[in-house]
Ligand binder design. Structure first.
Ligand SMILES: [Zn+2]
Length: 226
């Protein structure tokens, strides 16, 4: 397939610029990592000088991986720690986190979830930043992911949360900001710790730090209940 236009400047004036063998990671087979090498035609844009490859739908446009491997990573990140997924597909953990981060962004822009009856607030470190993670504990699903856990962000978020009357329970860390925000914006909801809520969902499997917090919470459950 010949690319139609330059992705940078949209110019259609492209000319052949040789071929280049590229190695892509693919989904593991019988527990073994798989790589495939594809000889791709290269083009150069006459307008801006950018080089690009012939588009192949089965290959991910952003990373040296097949589309099905990206799908595999996305699906498995909901079940297992990033490090485990990373090892199995021979990618570094940072890349796996980034793939998952992109996926979450995509979900945010395309899907509207029903406001949870039992809402969990946790956090996850993606590419060096802590983000507030809102989960539906009843259904073990991610409800939303917020850019920051600093007070103005969750405050604005919960103030304007749609159908917030639906929330009956909030399970969260001892992080004081969340407690204050929930008291101010979801006065009808009863609060508990996530440990007390018996959360085994994906929120705690994907990040060691979150798991450590959870252990700490378990140790102090009685003090945590309020
Ligand atoms: Zn161009």
């Amino acid at each position: 397939m010949v690319p139609k236009a330059c992705p940078d400047c949209r110019s259609g004036r492209l000319y052949g610029h040789g071929t280049n063998g590229q190695t892509y990671r693919d989904t593991p087979i019988h527990g073994k990592t798989v790589q495939i090498t594809v000889n791709r035609r290269r083009y150069r844009c006459q307008n801006c000088g950018k080089t690009l490859f012939d588009p192949i739908p089965d290959l991910d446009a952003k990373r040296l991986a097949t589309s099905r491997l990206i799908a595999y990573v996305r699906a498995n990140c909901f079940q297992e720690p990033f490090a485990v997924v990373a090892r199995r597909v021979a990618m570094d953990e940072k890349t796996v986190r980034q793939i998952f981060g992109d996926y979450v962004e995509e979900l945010e822009s395309t899907i509207r979830f029903v406001t949870p009856r039992i809402l969990g607030i946790g956090e996850i470190k993606i590419i060096g930043d802590y983000r507030a993670m809102i989960t539906n504990i009843e259904h073990h699903t991610l409800f939303d992911m917020r850019e920051s856990r600093k007070k103005p962000e969750p405050l604005a978020y919960f103030k304007t949360l749609r159908d917030k009357d639906r929330v009956e329970w909030v399970a969260m860390d001892m992080y004081h900001v969340y407690r204050q925000v929930v008291q101010a914006t979801l006065p009808q909801a009863r609060s508990t710790t996530r440990a007390e809520a018996g959360v085994q969902g994906f929120a705690f499997r994907n990040d060691k730090l979150v798991e450590r917090n959870l252990l700490l919470l378990r140790a102090t459950d009685h003090q945590c209940l309020y």
